[in-house]
Design a protein around this ligand. Structure first.
Ligand code: ADP
Ligand code: ZN
Ligand code: MG
Length: 478
């Protein structure tokens, strides 16, 4: 029984300063509730929506990057449904049922899963507005005594990307969304680390059966869980002689199950009609060519370049390019410090872990590229060990403290590690004459002295190395 999956991904254009049809601030995450609102995004009667040019430009960029065919004219439509997050009673969207007047049709994105390349075809790209945010104080709607609505999110610009049903399991679906988010990040459309910046509807069917649309998936983890849950549910129905019905289900991320959305408001009877307040927009050739000429380097091109220019492995280049910020940071460091493999190693194995502990938030990084370069330089010169580097990395990365300053504050004077250990060994020998005598009688007694030096370094040094230094100083080695 083979599985067929098609995705509809909603990306917030988080780089847009304003909403889709009004000039309200789009920064809804950092504003008190219901502050960024006006008659347009509150859906009051008699107002005129004005489409945001920047968002159209971003949609065209995404279409160009995916190789989609851009429509000659954009038509906005009213999509009707009744729900409290939608004050107008309709959402301004584009016609998504046919092949008419959305931003673009066709195109593809390549993914790499289980050692194989796979082309995933794009069906359509369209623009629409985000509804308001509904907040259940108890998280579970049925347990909440009341519901709150924040209209700051009403009218936030979204790009919707629908794929053809080319995916065949959760791993491929996750890989596709990761790839799309990477592209959206490089095009400065969506910052994937922002909470709620993307949502996914997954259409899942088992060959020959009806498809089920699972709505409201908010993370890659939930996407994986929802698809696997739905596959098992459908297989069970088939195995017990039942039939899967075509329906919309909701992903309940608290309980980890999909639930049938029986309510009228989720049925696909949207009664589309052209939005009479927004005339169709002509997209001419020269406009498209102008946008094409301003396109940034695409992530897959950048990845190849990183491999060639910096001699990185495919894996290293892939990780560094996975976020635009990280790729730029890497290149900024590489301009000052010319061992790209060491930079890649530090960023991938130590630095990224720290960022991921903080939810992937690169905006928290305070360390300038020069400071990372300096840190690597101190490591090269053996002023610090890799162990010390790992200890102080946090302070350097998130407090922007100077590597040299921390090292001296922590009593790790800026001298070579060898010199430092020599000094400590001398001090221990000087202060423990009795133990030194013991070593001369019984070589094993040296462990006490090594232990004392280790203690002074707070366990940071290599005991083998200290052992050699002490033996040399006691004339037991030449
Ligand atoms: P519709 O007009 O039928 O709603 P859309 O263009 O909105 O179609 O596409 C809905 C999504 O369903 C697309 O991502 C598509 O790939 C997917 N889809 C279509 N057929 C199937 C199927 N048999 N199994 C799984 N997904 C499918
Ligand atoms: Zn507004
Ligand atoms: Mg649909």
């Amino acid at each position: 029984m083979s599985v067929i999956i098609g995705l509809e991904i909603h990306l917030q254009v988080t780089s847009s300063k304003t909403k889709l049809f009004c000039s309200c601030s789009a920064d809804y995450r950092n504003s008190p509730p219901n502050r960024n609102v006006c008659p347009i995004c509150l859906g009051l009667p008699g107002v005129l929506p004005k489409p945001n040019r920047y968002v159209i430009e971003k949609a065209v960029q995404l279409a160009l990057a995916l190789g989609s065919k851009i429509s000659d004219r954009l038509v906005f439509m009213r999509k009707h449904y009744f729900y409290p997050d939608l004050p107008k009673g309709y959402q301004i969207s584009q016609y998504t049922m046919g092949r008419y007047s959305a931003v673009a049709y066709g195109g593809s994105l390549e993914i790499f899963v289980k050692g194989r390349r796979k082309i995933v075809r794009i069906r359509r790209i369209n623009i629409e507005e985000d509804p308001a945010k509904i907040i259940y104080p108890e998280k579970d709607p049925w347990k909440s005594p009341y519901t709150l609505i924040d209209y700051n999110r009403s009218g936030i610009p979204l790009l919707e990307i629908a794929t053809e049903p080319d995916l065949s399991d959760a791993e491929e679906a996750v890989s596709f969304v990761e790839k799309l988010l990477e592209l959206a990040d490089h095009l400065n459309i969506t910052d994937p680390s922002l909470e709620g910046s993307f949502r996914i509807d997954a259409n899942i069917s088992i060959e020959g059966g009806e498809r089920v649309e699972v709505k409201n998936i908010g993370s890659l983890k939930d996407l994986e869980k929802a698809i696997n849950y739905e596959i098992i549910r459908q297989k069970r129905i088939l195995e017990t002689g039942g039939k899967v019905v075509r329906e919309t289900r909701h992903w309940d991320d608290i309980r980890g199950v999909t639930v049938s959305a029986r309510h009228k408001e989720f049925e696909e009877e949207y009664k589309y009609m052209p939005e009479p307040d927004i005339p169709p927009l002509e997209i001419d050739h020269s406009y498209i060519e102008k946008i094409r000429s301003l396109m940034p380097e695409l992530p897959w091109v950048m990845r190849e370049r990183f491999i060639k220019q910096y001699g990185l492995t495919d894996y290293e280049a892939g990780v560094l390019v996975s976020r635009k910020w990280l790729a730029k940071y890497f290149e900024d460091i590489a301009r000052i410090y010319n061992k790209p493999d060491k930079i890649a190693d530090l960023l991938i194995n130590d630095f990224l872990g720290k960022i991921n502990e903080r939810g992937g938030r690169f905006d928290l990084v305070r360390a300038r590229p020069e400071q990372i370069a300096e840190l690597l330089d101190l490591l090269d010169k053996k002023v610090i060990s890799i162990k010390i580097l790992k200890e102080i990395l946090d302070k350097i990365v998130f407090d922007g403290e100077d590597p040299k300053k921390i090292i001296s504050e922590k009593g790790l004077t800026v001298i070579s590690e060898d010199e430092y250990l020599e000094e400590l060994a001398e001090k221990v020998i000087r202060e423990n004459p009795k133990a030194v005598e013991d070593v001369k009688k019984n070589p094993k007694a040296i462990n006490y002295l090594v232990g004392q030096v280790m203690k002074l370094t707070r366990g940071r040094a290599d005991p083998e190395k200290i052992n050699v230094i002490i033996r040399r100083k006691l004339g037991l080695l030449r």
